[in-house]
Design a protein around this ligand. Sequence first.
Ligand code: SF4
Ligand code: SF4
Length: 434
Amino acid sequence: MTPPSSHLKDLDYSVVQQCMHCGLCLPTCPTYDATKLERNSPRGRIALMRAIADDRLEATKTFADEMYFCLGCLACMTACPAGVNYAELFEHARAEAEQSGVLNSPKRNVIRAFTLRWLFMDLNRLQLVGHILRLYQQLGLQTLVRRSGILRLLPKRLRELEAITPEVQAKFSADLIEPVTPAVGEKKHRVAMLVGCAQDLIFSDVNLDTVEVLARNGCEVVTPSDQHCCGSLHAHNGEWELAQRLARKNIDQFPPEKFDAIITNAGGCGSHLKHYAKLLAGDVNYEPRAHEWDRKVKDIHEWLAQIGITAPPAGAREQVVTYHESCHLCHGQKITTQPRQLLKGIPGVELVELFESNWCCGSAGIYNLTQPEMAGQLLRRKMEHIRSTRCTVVATGNPGCLLQIVNGAKEQGIDLRVVHPVTLLAEAYRDGKA
Ligand code: SF4
Ligand code: SF4
């Protein structure tokens, strides 16, 4: 399939003209809240997108910068009474920005070619980089470099990036999880497990917990070792054609007709994975299968609520937990009650509600890398609310949020455990040896 001539002009006009300018989304938009500028609001951004679709505006650098200042958090979609599909508009707007080339620079092109077109297109490459990073961290080189003061010679931005580099796991999912994990007891479902890309490098333990919880709840879990990225990183950064390629690979690897569900434990991935049919619209070989795929993709909280879980035995550890909602889980997938139900069902957990739990923490994919100032403001706001709960544990269902809050706690010197809800459930099963 050839890429469209202009993403916004070729987009279904009923999507482009849906906004009725009521402004109800404005108070929910973190960037508008920070600046109070119309152009930094959902309504302002949609007006810019429509002007391009109507041929009244060129895709300028100002337009592209605005699209990258948007977090893509989708809070505006939850607030919108007209059902504006901002997620679709946003992805096409960023693709339009990339297509126009207005942001091109040698440095940016090299970074994008290395990350989006090379590293995240083949997870063996990503794992190789992960192993190198792990060696750097474990052999003490990172500590040595940090102590030597050599980092002071780097530009401020690089120093900041170095400080938030996450610790890479000793083993990735392929080393921890069998290709097929049998159900514990009676097999009731057969599911596929997507291990993710960054998730696998940094949170392979969460993948293991997820598989364990699924197996304890009657699922046979298929987890092949050679998986692909879901493509959300590509779709959210204007690489439409690469996102399509990855979607086809995933459908080939996990034929949806062979599974009761295709499970993801990353809110950001799930929100994208559920829209492959839109991504592959017009592809006669894949679009029909993509519809079935979209129906079968389930976030882990959603799936566990659907099948009903075996209650963990009493006598588990006492802990005060608060829950931060990943934007793409609550706004993108409308999954809000299921994680709370799961947490409340764990013996010993006291769940304390977090003020503004569905307000973005600033992670937003790679937003904390590309827009550090705004991301930092959002993180400080989030940490203030977390502190006021007096919790010892923050649970959240997305790797980006996990990392962001871990960094926030580190920065502010707060002793906080940040975990995926499924990890708490897996621990409760293990504690009680259910
Ligand atoms: S996606 Fe988030 S940041 Fe972007 S316009 Fe909507 S509410 Fe604002
Ligand atoms: S996006 Fe929805 S809520 Fe926002 S101005 Fe348009 S119609 Fe109103």
